[in-house]
Structure formats: C-alpha cells, structure tokens
Design a protein around this ligand. Structure first.
Ligand code: NCD
Ligand code: ZN
Length: 339
C-alpha cells in the first residue's frame, strides 16, 4: 500500500478549551486559533464568566488575540452555571454568542470552588436552558468521592438530568471511564460527549505509573487500561455521540512542578498531529474528519466547517515549553505537522 504523506481534514472544532485571561491569554488563543476554526471557551476564569457583559468583553479579547493567526476564528462562548440565573440574563448571554452553560460541581477542578454544591438548586436554570436550546456541558465528577470513582458516581446525575430534561442537550465533558462511555451510548441522541487527546493516549500509568508526571495530571484523571480501551473504541468507531474537546488547559511550569500542582494538560498546539498518529495507528483515519470537524458541529446545530487544513508527514520536535507551559508530548518527535 502506498504510504500516505498528506492528510486533508475539515478545519477542526475544539469543543472544550481554556484560554485563561490577561497577557497570558494571547499565546494560548493563538495556539488554539492556528489549529481550530472554532472553540468552545470554558468559563472558569477568575472571576467566572456569569454575565453577558463579561462574556462580550472576553469574546472581543479572544478575537483580538486570534486575529493575527486566524482572522476567521470563532470563539463559542459559555457561562458558568449557578442558581438564580434568569431568563433575561440567558437571553442576553445568547445574544453575545453563548451556546452552552457549564456545570462544575463545587471544588472538583481548577477554579470550581464556586461551582454547584446543591444539585437541585440549578434545576430552574437548566429548565430554562432546555427551553431556549442552550447546551448543558457537564464536568461529571462527584466531589468528595475517591478520585478514580468520581466520574462513575456522577454519571448517575447525568442520567437523572437526561431523564428529567428530555429536550435538553447535554455534553458529558472529557470522558475518562468505560462506565461514562456506556452511559452516553445508552442515553438518547440529546446526550453526547467530548473526548480529549490525552485521555486517548494514557491510563493512570501515564500520570503516576513509572514516574510522577505533573504535566499529565488533569481532571478527570486518566483511569484503568479498560477505560482507556473504551475511550479509544468510542473515538475510533465513528459514533456521532463522541467528538473532540481537547480540554487544553494551560498552567505555567511553576504551577505544575510544585508540591500542590495544578490540574490540566496543555494540548492545543499538538492536538491534530497526535490525533492523526493515533487514528492511523488504530486503522481509523477515515473516522478522524467527523471526530474533529463534523459530529460536534452537528450536535451543537452549527454548520460543519467549510475550510480545510492540511497535515504533512514531516517530523518535528515539540518544544519543551510554549509560553512558559510544558505542552503535551513536550520534546517528543511527531511525524505529522500542519502544512
Ligand atoms: C481544567 C483547568 O485547568 O481549567 N483542568 C483540568 O484538569 N482539566 C479544568 C477542567 O476542565 O477540569
Ligand atoms: Zn476543561
């Protein structure tokens, strides 16, 4: 068989990305916008994104930062779910380009101390979201439970929400367990899931198996080999319920290499070359287009990407550090490169 040296993909969408704030944001946005046409921007900033005015300003800052590398970049905005948000506020947010609200259980991840602590308290807002066609994105981990069981326990709440709000579109974010994969498959077509690049690469062994690798530490934790296998099967199978959300989450080297390190893997800059490698290795390269530039758009009711992006087989070494952050696959040689 002739070796493939070029791959053309739809200009991809990232349905889960963190770009932070202030000066640091510029580099993160540019890494993201040079690889993706659209990205769902997470609201766990400090302070969190909870109002139309803030979100409008944040969007303008992102657009300004992206302009140099991709003037067509489209940030898809989100707000952080909390109780008491009114219909008028949701309408105002929608008018500023908000497509989803993000449910963070209190304390489960970076900047989530102000997340939801009383499950039922957010039902009225979720009911409004259902009515208005705003997607609910869920960080599905139950606080306080043993770390490897948090997702499996919270999965019951996702199922409960899917039954209670049958017209609500729910995205179970950054899946990490076979149980959650099975649940998403079983629930209606209104429930889908994102899968990150790093959760397709490693089990918990990749974080603490041989050595402590702080740059692989993220929430939710990668889990058992069976969980990894279930995630890979879901991503490579071409099931429209599973699509890419990188959860690219930059933290400075200092914040990761310390006694109480921050959770998050910085993957935006390497996402596509790594995905090409993995889909090729799995014999599923023909499924990659939909995973990165099809199923997510369909689920969110957005047009599929019109532009394309080309990768060429041309080995390059991933930098040790990008904008002060150690990226996924740092110092590794990747065979595929964006043309
Ligand atoms: C994310 C971050 O750093 O903002 N961290 C992570 O480990 N994934 C938050 C999140 O998505 O959980
Ligand atoms: Zn995230």
């Amino acid at each position: 068989m002739k070796e493939m040296n070029e791959i053309v993909l739809p200009f991809p969408d990232d349905f889960h990305a963190h770009v932070r704030q202030d000066q640091a944001m510029i580099g993160y946005v540019q890494d993201l916008a040079s690889q993706f046409g659209r990205a769902l921007i997470m609201p766990n900033t400090v302070p969190p994104m909870v109002s139309a005015k803030q979100i409008a300003e944040y969007k303008q800052e992102i657009l300004a930062a992206a302009k140099e590398v991709n003037p067509d970049f489209k940030p898809l905005m989100t707000f952080k779910l909390k109780s008491g948000i009114t219909e008028a506020e949701l309408l105002a947010m929608k008018a500023e380009g908000v497509v989803a609200g993000k449910y963070y259980p209190a304390g489960v991840t970076t900047n989530s101390e102000d997340g939801v602590s009383d499950f039922e308290s957010v039902f009225p807002v979720i009911a409004l979201m259902e009515k208005m066609g705003i997607v609910l994105c869920v960080h599905g981990e139950e606080p306080g439970v043993f770390c490897l069981d948090r997702e499996a326990v919270f999965a019951d709440k996702v199922e409960f929400l899917a039954n209670k709000f049958p017209k609500l579109k729910i995205v179970f974010e950054h899946l990490s367990s076979a149980k959650a994969v099975a649940l998403v498959k079983r629930l209606s077509s209104n429930v889908a899931a994102t899968i990150t690049v790093h959760h397709l690469l490693m089990s918990l062994d990749g974080v603490i198996g041989d050595a402590l690798r702080p740059h692989h530490f993220c929430k939710p934790l990668p889990k058992r080999p069976e969980d990894l296998a279930a995630l890979r099967e879901a991503a490579f199978s071409g099931d429209p319920k599973f699509f890419l959300g990188t959860d690219s989450a930059p933290h400075s080297r200092e914040k990761k290499e310390t006694c109480c390190g921050a959770a998050g893997v910085y993957s935006a800059a390497v996402a596509l070359p790594v995905l090409v490698r993995e889909f090729l290795a799995a014999g599923a390269i023909e499924k990659l287009s939909d995973f990165v530039g099809g199923f997510g758009a369909d689920f969110y009711g957005l047009p599929r990407p019109e532009k394309t992006i080309k990768l060429v087989r041309e080995p390059w070494v991933v930098p040790q550090e990008i904008h002060g952050v150690v990226p996924l696959a740092a110092s590794e040689t990747l065979e595929w490169k964006l043309a």
